[in-house]
Design a protein around this ligand. Structure first.
Ligand code: NAP
Length: 258
């Protein structure tokens, strides 16, 4: 029976589950969407501007034999973030795994931020407000065994560089929220955790960008992560193997914060 189950693909850990990955059109989110689909989940992705890339990711997911949809939603707008959850439930009939991945990084030291208030406010609205709105909407739908996984940052735990206070503040905020949500949703059998990537090679943080060499030197492993290495941690937390892990952070940073 067990051997047969493996041969027929029944051993996939997320078969029958529905996942929503915000910011699934590129970078870490696209890797997470692909990995969850490989584990057998049907996957909805959200995006803001990259319609063509989002459609391309959705097509890749379908080739893995799962259902997939791409929905536009600006995470800076709480109503759109909540509607994205509802669209997913409407399209797939349920929601088991919410991955809050969409995010932006706006740098600038506190002494140099005058006139940039709108940029920082928008970053807060996306990185924190969009997450809060999505979780509030998802809490009504997630069943026992449900998962909420938010992509924070190693900079949510330690800030070893100047010019990152606002970004780091957003990533620390989602950790506090997630601890609280773990308490609120634990009685329903839903786990809530934060994956904290270090420098990961994406459009946001290219591994040949101006800060790349300094970032690499700051890690124990001497290199950036590939998006698939972050996706692996998300897939673990989404799986039944992580059933007793909640209210915590999993830092995947190559030893940056060691
Ligand atoms: P990325 O390559 O810039 O991709 C960002 C994703 O978020 C895209 O899918 C983008 O959609 C979406 N997005 C941006 N603004 C949005 C909005 N207003 N509404 C909806 N979606 C929006 O970034 P990434 O490096 O993959 O980062 C993903 C997450 O990891 C972020 O939360 C980031 O803070 C975190 N992180 C990244 C690193 C790193 O080194 N890369 C390190 C630590 C943490 P469009 O394609 O439509 O623009």
């Amino acid at each position: 029976m067990a051997a047969n189950a493996i041969c027929t693909g029944m051993a996939k850990k997320l078969t029958g589950k529905v996942a929503l990955v915000t910011g699934g059109s590129r970078g870490i989110g696209a890797a997470i969407a692909n990995r969850l689909a490989e584990e057998g989940a049907d996957v909805a992705i959200g995006y803001s501007a990259s319609a063509a890339k989002a459609e391309e990711v959705a097509q890749q997911l379908k080739l893995k034999g799962v259902r997939a949809e791409a929905f536009q939603a600006d995470q800076a707008d709480s109503a759109q973030a909540a509607a994205l959850v509802d669209k997913t439930v409407k399209a797939f009939g349920r929601l088991d795994i919410l991955v809050n991945n969409a995010g932006v990084a706006v740098g600038g030291a506190v002494t140099e931020t005058a006139g940039r208030e709108a940029e920082f406010a928008r970053q807060y609205d996306i990185n924190v407000g969009g997450v809060v709105a999505a979780v509030r909407a998802a809490a009504a739908h997630l069943p026992a065994g449900g998962r909420i996984i938010t992509i924070g940052s190693s900079l949510g735990a330690l800030v070893p560089y100047a010019g990152l206070a606002d970004y780091s503040g957003t990533k620390a905020a989602v950790v506090g929220y997630s601890r609280g949500w773990a308490r609120d949703l634990g009685p329903k059998g839903i786990t809530v955790n934060v994956v904290q990537p270090g420098a990961t090679a994406t459009d946001m943080n290219p591994d040949n960008g101006p800060f790349a060499e300094a970032l690499k030197a700051h890690t124990a492993l001497g290199r950036f992560a590939q998006p698939e290495e972050i996706a692996a941690a998300v897939a673990f937390l989404a799986s039944p193997d992580a059933s007793y892990i909640t209210g915590t952070t999993l830092t995947v940073d190559g030893g940056h914060n060691a």
